[in-house]
Design a protein around this ligand. Structure first.
Ligand SMILES: [Zn+2]
Length: 151
């Protein structure tokens, strides 16, 4: 039997929707030190410091990857997700959110590990990765995620 990922990858390659994933990496901005989140106050007190533009990262690099995954309107899975996961863990699932199962690199078929806060563009709509869960722990064969609609 082929590995679970090999099976998942062939499904994504054949039936998956192509989307674009943007991951921003960089150096942690001093404004997040001690609180783990962007601080407009720190920037007001340190006007000469490099701007992180609200991202908490300076010297930012954006990597865009073409991916294939399965996407469902949350209306299909939302009630099930709302019943099984507490709001404290995943936040409130909105009807405009998208449930995603993936993810394969569209050109190589290699497994793509989702990162929190990645932006995913499906068609003309932009989403932020909101919650990620692994399908099978250890040898992860796929991941599902909730994407929050931005535009
Ligand atoms: Zn900053």
């Amino acid at each position: 039997m082929p590995s679970f990922w090999t099976q998942a990858a062939s499904v994504f390659a054949r039936y998956g929707t192509t989307a674009s994933m943007e991951v921003v990496t960089g150096t942690a901005c001093p404004c997040i030190a001690g609180r783990g989140a962007y601080s407009p106050e720190w920037h007001r007190l340190n006007p000469a410091a490099a701007s992180c533009a609200g991202t908490g990262l300076i010297s930012r690099t954006t990597t865009t990857t073409s991916i294939k995954a399965m996407f469902y309107e949350s209306g299909i899975a939302g009630d099930e997700i709302r019943r099984n996961f507490s709001q404290e863990i995943i936040g409130q699932v909105k009807d405009t959110d998208v449930f995603m199962i993936g993810t394969a690199n569209a050109s190589t078929g290699a497994q793509v590990t989702l990162s929190a806060d990645a932006n995913i563009t499906i068609g003309s709509n932009k989403y932020k990765v909101w919650h990620i869960s692994n399908l099978m722990t250890g040898d992860v064969s796929a991941q599902w995620a909730i994407l929050r609609r931005l535009t």
